[in-house]
Each structure stands twice: as structure tokens, then as C-alpha cells.
Ligand binder design. Structure first.
Ligand SMILES: Cc1cc2nc3c(=O)[nH]c(=O)nc-3n(C[C@H](O)[C@H](O)[C@H](O)COP(=O)(O)OP(=O)(O)OC[C@H]3O[C@@H](n4cnc5c(N)ncnc54)[C@H](O)[C@@H]3O)c2cc1C
Length: 410
């Protein structure tokens, strides 16, 4: 493991830092967020403007090849840019699905004449994309989806429902996994498409979350028509295509991990205990902070190991699964502890009336992080099977025709 930048990496870091200093506002605290105080429409418009500026500077998709509209840089340069950007107020989630997983899937699987146009518009933020995979009865197990696509000549008719679709309420396009042949085993009868989210028959219903925000949605499809030219990959080979999306998703989530430790340090430095003393001066608080800081440092060096491997041109190993599995529960514990320290005020979730308000955002965010992109249990399965070489999960329905798998109603 070598933590030092090579001369080329150091030169790129200086370039990225100089560009960010000239074009973005530095954060003054770990709790500040891009677009605070703006409504959804204004925040998305500001995010699009930022994305265009970043793309024009060649920093929107650093490791994408030039033929996709990227910079043709290295994965290491992508990591360096992300490290530098961390200190600035920039939109974090709006383009995560587009750049992180949807557009790489389009690049790999869409027809060339369509691909170029969407890649170009996506990279500058004119098109924002969402991922339409999860359904009420199929989350961890993407192979269990039930949304149907029926072929009618050169178009397909879609009926069904997706859920938890992040950003569908502001997205322009989506990538969609459907079932095209229910007589085949569950992973074999699937086909992927992309679609315009304004197509007739698409209904997006935002889900009101416990935090008060609405980050994700239910999406209903009623006789939605998709031209065959928008199919991604071969008919009934959608599982294979979806792996491009899922692999990119795990990598992009794992690449940027929050632990909650800096936020807790800020909080404890200002919060008062019942006797009026600062929380940061309390022995028990300091002991917990030290434990979490040590764990966060362990994660940092684990991720440096992955970064070192990237720098040598190797592919990252299982570190991404480990990172999410450790960081997300730790963030949840930190938020809960900080809320307990607030005593009665810890019960007040409103950001405008209680210092605990922001901690609730952290608590709910951590719980979401433990689920999105693979739950804790699924991460453990991945580590058990692919890292430790333990026997695989028992999958009794793997080879049965999908329409023969017993359901609750049958
Ligand atoms: C913040 C957030 C954003 C999201 N954004 C999107 C999005 O944009 N697009 C999208 O399609 N989806 C999205 N999702 C959905 C997400 O992919 C699913 O919630 C996730 O895959 C889990 O599926 P599920 O909720 O159906 O739970 P289930 O799969 O039903 O799991 C229920 C419980 O069973 C456990 N479990 C399941 N299978 C196994 C197993 N084999 N072994 C052991 N335990 C198991 C799980 O760990 C969990 O505890 C998002 C979720 C969150 C939280």
C-alpha cells in the first residue's frame, strides 16, 4: 500500500483542486448540503447547471472512455477528484444513478445510433436517469420481478409496478427490467429496456418518507409502449444486462462512504450535557468518539488499499462490500447515541426547532444506506461466497419455470 500520489496523480490533484476552488463554494461545516433552502425544482435546476460546468471542464465522467464522452482518465483520477470535491458544496445524489450506473449500462448495451445522443445529453445533465428495478415483491432478488413486457411487432407493451425508484419524480429517462417469458426460470425470462419517463401510461407517485422528504417513488406502468429500438441487449438476456447496472451501483456506492464521525465531532463540540458542560468533555462521549474514529480510520485505510490497487491498474476487490457493511450501521449507532445525548430534545425531529433535526436526517439516511445497493445480509452473503469461498445460499427456485414458483395466492 502506497498512500503517496505519483507525480501524474499529484498534477491531476492540483488541477482538480484549482478548478474546484475557482468554480465551487467550499463547505464550512460537515453538515452543510448543496441547495439547502431551495425547493426541489430549483435544486435540480442548480444541479444541472453545475453538472454542465463540470462536464465542460472534463470532470463529469473522468474514467469513461472518450468515445462515451468521458475524459479517458484513470479510475484513480476519478477517486482523486471525488476526494477533492468532498470539501465543496456540490450536488451529491442527483446524478449518481445517471453517471454511476444507468449511462454505463446504456453505453454497453444500447444501439450505437441511440447511444451517442443519450450519453452526450446525460453527461452534461440535460437528461437525468433513474433505475427501475425493485418491485414490491422483488428487491434483493432482482430475478423475482413481475413487471410484464409483451412484444407487439416492433414495440413492447409494459404493465406492472416498480418501487423505491430514486429520483423518478425529476428524472427524464429510466432503465427498466421486465419479464418477457414467465415460462423460463426466473433469471432467464427477463429483458431490459430504457424509456422516456414522460411516456403515456407512466405514473410516478412520490413516497413520503419518515424524514419528511420524498427521495424515491412508486412507478406504475399501464400499457406503456416502448419501441424495440430501446431494448438493451437480447430478448430474455436482461439478467446479464442488469449485472452491468448492479456492479456499477455497488462500485459507486462503495466509492463514497460517509461514517458520521466528523458530524458527531461537530455535534459533540457544541452540544451541552444536563450539567451545562460540553458533550465533548464527557469521558463516556470521548470514549465512544475514539472507538468510532478508530473504526472510521480502519475503513479509510481499507479503502486506501482499494485505491492503491486502482492506482496499479487492478480492479477493486471486496473492500466495497466491507465498507458499506461497517460504515452504515456505525452511522446509525452514532446518530442514535447523539439523539440520546439530547435528552428530551432528542424527540424533536424538526430541523428548524431542534438541533436534533439534522441527526434524524443522518439516522434515516444510515438506515437507507444499509438497504440501498444490497442489504447488510446480502453484503454478508457476497463476502461469504465470493471472498471466503463458503457454500452458496440455497436457491430452490433457481431452475423452476417462473410461472410455476408458488406464490402466496397459489
Ligand atoms: C435509499 C434507497 C434508494 C433506493 N433506490 C432504488 C432505485 O433507485 N431503484 C431501485 O430499483 N431500487 C431502489 N432501492 C431499493 C433497494 O434496491 C431494495 O430496497 C433492496 O434491494 C432490498 O430489497 P427489499 O426492500 O425488497 O427487501 P427484501 O429483498 O424483501 O429483503 C427483506 C429482508 O430480507 C433479507 N434478505 C433478502 N434476501 C436475503 C438472502 N438471500 N439472505 C439473507 N437475507 C436476505 C434482507 O436483507 C432484508 O433484511 C432503494 C432503496 C433505498 C433504501
Amino acid at each position: 500500500m502506497d498512500f503517496r500520489d505519483t507525480p501524474e496523480e499529484a498534477a491531476f490533484r492540483s488541477e482538480a483542486r484549482a478548478w474546484l476552488e475557482a468554480n465551487a463554494t467550499a463547505r464550512t461545516s460537515d453538515e452543510q448540503r448543496f441547495g439547502e433552502g431551495l425547493d426541489d425544482t430549483a435544486r435540480i435546476a442548480a444541479a444541472r447547471t453545475w453538472q454542465r460546468r463540470k462536464a465542460e471542464a472534463g470532470l463529469a465522467a473522468i474514467s469513461w472512455p472518450r468515445e462515451w464522452g468521458g475524459r479517458g482518465g484513470t479510475a484513480m483520477q476519478q477517486v482523486i477528484y471525488a476526494q477533492e470535491e468532498e470539501r465543496f458544496l456540490v450536488p451529491r445524489m442527483v446524478f449518481e444513478n445517471s453517471i454511476g450506473q444507468c449511462l454505463p449500462t446504456i453505453a454497453m448495451w444500447a444501439r450505437p445510433e441511440i447511444r451517442a445522443q443519450h450519453m452526450a445529453r446525460g453527461i452534461v445533465g440535460d437528461e437525468i436517469w433513474c433505475q427501475l428495478f425493485s418491485e414490491p415483491a422483488a428487491g434483493s432478488d432482482t430475478g423475482g420481478i413481475r413487471t410484464r413486457a409483451e412484444n407487439h411487432g416492433d414495440e413492447w407493451i409494459i404493465n406492472g409496478q416498480k418501487v423505491w425508484t430514486s429520483g423518478a419524480h425529476f428524472c427524464d429517462y429510466g432503465i427498466l427490467i421486465t419479464r418477457t417469458d414467465p415460462t423460463l426460470p426466473k433469471h432467464k425470462g427477463l429483458t431490459m429496456f430504457f424509456l422516456d419517463m414522460k411516456s403515456p401510461g407512466v405514473e410516478v407517485r412520490p413516497i413520503k418518507q419518515a424524514s419528511g422528504h420524498s427521495g424515491f417513488n412508486e412507478v406504475y406502468f399501464t400499457n406503456v409502449r416502448i419501441p424495440d429500438s430501446q431494448r438493451l441487449g437480447k430478448v430474455n438476456d436482461g439478467w446479464n444486462v442488469s449485472l452491468t447496472t448492479l456492479m456499477n451501483e455497488r462500485f459507486s456506492i462503495g466509492a463514497r462512504l460517509a461514517t458520521g464521525v466528523p458530524e458527531f465531532f461537530d455535534f459533540a463540540s457544541g452540544a451541552k450535557m444536563a450539567d451545562g458542560s460540553l458533550a465533548i468533555e464527557d469521558k463516556a462521549v470521548r470514549e465512544n468518539l475514539a472507538t468510532w474514529a478508530a473504526r472510521a480510520n480502519g475503513l479509510k485505510y481499507t479503502s486506501y488499499r482499494a485505491i492503491s490497487a486502482l492506482s496499479r491498474g487492478e480492479r477493486p476487490g471486496p473492500e466495497n462490500s466491507i465498507g458499506k457493511l461497517v460504515a452504515a450501521p456505525m452511522m446509525q449507532d452514532i446518530a442514535m447515541y447523539a439523539l440520546e445525548l439530547q435528552g428530551q430534545m432528542g424527540a424533536v425531529a424538526r430541523e428548524d426547532t431542534s438541533p436534533a433535526g439534522k441527526l434524524y436526517q443522518m439516522l434515516y439516511g444510515a438506515i437507507g444506506m444499509r438497504i440501498a445497493g444490497g442489504t447488510d445480509e446480502v453484503m454478508r452473503n457476497i463476502i461469504a461466497e465470493r471472498v471466503l469461498g463458503l457454500p452458496g445460499d440455497i436457491r430452490v427456485d433457481k431452475d423452476a419455470p417462473f410461472n410455476q414458483i408458488p406464490t402466496k395466492g397459489r
